[in-house]
Design a binder for this molecule. Sequence first.
Ligand code: HEC
Length: 148
Amino acid sequence: MTIKMQRKTLFLIAAAATALGTMTTEIAAAPAPLQGDAAATGVFTGRDKFGETSGEAMYRNVCAACHMPDAKGAEGAGMYPALAKNPKLEAGGYVLSVMMQGMNGMPPLGRMMTDEQAADVTNYVRTHFGNRYKDRMTPADAKAARPQ
Ligand code: HEC
């Protein structure tokens, strides 16, 4: 309900501003700050790839929509597990495999990333939010986790 209203409000503002000729099409087309809707955050470079160049940016723009900016997860329409202080993240291959294969409500978002992007965001979550797993996943590890 809240999300629908936000989207509607933004459209109304954009429509009004466009009508007044005060807004470029780029701004009028700016994405709504919606949570849980990665496709609406404008992070895609093409039809099916993310453009983020750091693990941190990827986390903020993609993962945070469901796992929350503080990575503590959320409960509501679904159960979004905390990535913060999550012992399962010790296995970097587990993170990569969840991202590449998906798991129930977790979409296989890694398939929309390069091997490097997938390794970067994996390393980011494994070294932030109270996680201290220093061994780094490489693009080769990411590649190996993709569905064959
Ligand atoms: C559309 C919502 C959504 C987005 C976006 C999302 N996740 Fe998830 N994620 C989930 C859900 C739901 C689960 C729980 C799946 C289950 O337990 O069956 C999950 C589970 C996980 C797990 C397993 C956690 C555990 O304790 O077993 C990891 C790791 C993970 N996500 C990483 C990520 C990363 C990294 C990103 C960003 C690239 C991301 N997720 C983006 C919804 C999402």
